[in-house]
Design a protein around this ligand. Structure first.
Ligand SMILES: [Mg+2]
Length: 248
């Protein structure tokens, strides 16, 4: 059996997310993991650098220009699309037939200098056995720019981006299947780390071990997510470092 704490998820249902008191994940729960799948935004870099806020502002600006809405209307539409379609882009594609590459190029045209090198995370990744992949609802170019700033690019074997999943964003199950097929991943020997709890259920359904990095701007946990969150962490570097004696 995998080392998943079957008793823990119940607390996710009843408790407010910030008051969870999970015991720290134990290294032996992860010994079988061969492939580590990381979200990018607000996971590999901290939400405190507010890079993703800039992306969201450019999404709103795009909506203002294309749909002739004011700023408030644009942000309201962006939030509705995020809830109803998974991403702003998917909503714009479904409802306005927007050309995805144009939108993606526009929203990712941001200054990434707020992202700082992450040497401690780099050491933890280097010490962690297994293959590491990035799975993002953003573009490959955005991921490469951010990973370069973090000085973490060389740790990742591949970036599975929104183009690779045919613009069907997480948590759409199709993208997860494409991911495991493309990289011949054995889901029961894979772990996925995400700041958005709602992106973890499809991974858990495939048999992956899931790790939720809480504390970000989108850390709502709904009752139906709870059973799909196997581990909850507050700090990625600390978590990975604790899994290997040389890490951290
Ligand atoms: Mg994220």
């Amino acid at each position: 059996m995998r080392g998943i704490d079957k008793a823990a998820p119940v607390r996710h249902i009843t408790a407010a997310p910030m008051s969870l008191t999970d015991s720290p994940p134990r290294a032996h729960s992860f010994g079988h993991i061969e492939t580590w799948i990381f979200d990018l935004d607000n996971t590999l870099y901290p939400s405190s650098c507010r890079l993703y806020v800039e992306v969201e502002q450019r999404m709103a600006r795009y909506i203002m220009d294309e749909l002739k809405l004011d700023l408030e209307g644009a942000h309201a539409l962006r939030r509705r699309y995020f809830q109803e379609h998974g991403t702003t882009l998917r909503g714009l594609m479904n409802e306005y037939d927007v050309e995805p590459r144009h939108f993606l190029d526009y929203v990712h045209e941001i200054d990434v200098s707020a992202v700082q090198p992450a040497p401690a995370l780099g050491r933890a990744l280097a010490a962690l056995p297994g293959r590491k992949l990035v799975f993002t609802n953003g573009t490959r170019i955005h991921a490469e720019r951010v990973l370069d700033r973090l000085e973490l690019s060389h740790h990742f074997a591949a970036i599975h981006d929104i183009v690779a999943i045919d613009f069907q964003p997480k948590p759409n199950a199709a993208g997860y299947r494409t991911l495991i097929e493309t990289y011949a991943i054995e889901p029961r020997r894979a772990a996925m780390i995400e700041d958005m709890a709602r992106n973890l259920p499809p991974a858990a359904a495939l048999g992956m071990t899931t790790i939720w990095l809480r504390g970000g701007p989108h850390d709502e946990v709904e009752a139906h997510h709870a059973g799909a969150i196997h581990h909850t962490i507050d700090d990625l570097t600390e978590f990975l470092g604790a899994l290997t004696p040389a890490g951290g």
